[in-house]
Design a protein around this ligand. Structure first.
Ligand code: EPS
Length: 407
């Protein structure tokens, strides 16, 4: 079992993650963690905060001489912006001597669409900052750091994850477009939007520019693809073991994600079964010793009955527009209960590219957990041996047996 918790506020000192369950002996690629954190910070439509931060995760425990020990891994991502917020966000009752940054007034005008109002009522806060600091999508940096480690476990068993943008506002990649994994992987990691259609990408960027100009924000969608996923992750035998449900929860937990689709998703609900299900056929051209059972299509996105079927895993997330608008919506001052425009916090115009990187991390964490559940193993050697022998058995089931040699 792989489990993790995060802590940290957007303008506090740091974000912290504890990740437990990684087998011993996983070689850690430190640069890959930084690369994922940098990717999350980028993307067209981000705001000024990202010019301040240059995220890096420090590993505090659970790794020795470059390899995991099997102990919990603690990760720390410091907030550079903390220096501008110490007088607002200090932990002590009074700001300590030498604290820096302004002492900001309480936030009292909740932003529609944010956790502001519901959070202030639930936790009985007068200053909405106590809500927004933790509800902020800054926390997703901690998820990406943890996800980077989960993805290294998956890479060790040959499973790779990537993503691409499929829509920004009303500019969308047509339904049923299948973008090959190799094309997604071939895109530059720092491409402004990581949409595989350059013409659409230009239109998407223009849409973001127009929204920014209008003081508005835009949502969109992205597809996460996991390549070479072992067969048999998740299970159909109990509701909470179905992998599609676990992926949906993981993606829906990312701020502003409002819908999740597996494979063709919503589009499949609008077509007859004959145009939705992926036929199972025998490949007559298969050479001896090669699997002969193939699926010409993968509309199911690699999951049937909540179990991975050996095809690519394809999951789409849909993000609503960011709720901080520079041209604010109507709201109410919670101290006077008079009408007042919603608070304006510095924010992004569009964070769909960042959300896609976070979704890759969450898919990585769910898949790594499911891999450990299926194969177990406290050390990487144990895990690799089990993945190998089960893989050989599965391949054997789908391979034509040679006729036994005549005596
Ligand atoms: C966010 C508001 C902005 C974003 C932030 C999420 O932060 P700030 O209020 O400091 O300008 O930049 O995202 C991050 C800091 C990040 O690392 O992703 C919000 O309100 O959710």
């Amino acid at each position: 079992m792989l489990r993790f918790l995060t802590a940290g506020e957007s303008h506090g000192q740091a974000l912290v993650t504890i990740l437990e369950g990684l087998p011993a002996g996983l070689l850690i690629d430190f640069d890959a963690i930084t690369r994922e954190l940098r990717r999350r910070q980028g993307g067209y439509g981000r705001g000024r905060r990202m010019a301040i931060e240059s995220d890096r995760a420090e590993i505090l425990s659970g790794v020795r001489r470059g390899r995991t020990t099997g102990a919990p891994v603690a990760l720390l991502v410091r907030n550079k912006d903390w220096d501008n917020w110490q007088n607002t966000m200090h932990v002590e009752a009074e700001a300590p001597a030498g604290a820096t940054g302004a002492n900001r007034a309480a936030v009292v005008r909740p932003r529609p669409g944010h956790a502001d109002l519901a959070g202030a009522l639930k936790y009985d806060h007068d200053d909405i900052r106590d809500v927004l600091e933790r509800a902020s999508a800054r926390e997703t940096a901690a998820l990406v750091a943890a996800g980077a480690l989960a993805r290294q476990l998956l890479l060790a068993i040959g499973c790779d994850i990537s993503s691409h943008i499929t829509g920004i506002g009303s500019v969308v990649v047509p339904a049923q477009t299948v973008v090959p994994f190799a094309r997604v992987k071939a895109m530059a990691l720092d491409a402004p939007l990581r949409c595989t259609d350059p013409e659409l990408e230009q239109k998407m960027m223009a849409a973001i520019d127009a929204a920014k100009e209008a003081g508005d924000t835009l949502g969109g969608s992205f597809e996460v693809i996991a390549h070479d996923v072992p067969v048999g992750l998740g299970s159909y035998v109990q509701w909470d073991r179905k992998l599609d449900g676990r992926l949906a929860q993981a993606l829906m937990s990312i701020p502003a994600i409002k819908a999740v689709a597996i494979g063709d998703g919503v589009d499949g609900a609008r077509r007859p079964g004959s145009q939705v299900h992926d036929e199972i056929v025998s490949d007559t051209a298969a050479r001896s010793g090669e699997p002969v059972v193939v699926r010409p299509t993968n509309r199911a996105g690699g999951l049937e009955g909540g179990v991975t079927n050996g095809e690519e895993l394809r999951v789409t997330g849909f993000m609503k527009p960011i709720s901080t608008l520079m041209k604010p919506l109507r709201s109410v001052d919670l101290t006077t209960l008079e009408d007042a425009p919603a608070a304006i916090e510095r924010s992004d115009t569009c964070a769909v590219p960042a959300a896609a990187v976070v979704a890759e991390a969450m898919v990585g964490l769910v898949l790594a957990d499911a891999v450990l559940e299926r194969f177990g193993g406290d050390s990487m050697d144990d895990l690799l041996a089990r993945v190998g022998s089960t893989g050989a058995r599965v391949r054997g089931r789908l391979t034509r047996r040679r006729s036994p040699a005549r005596a």
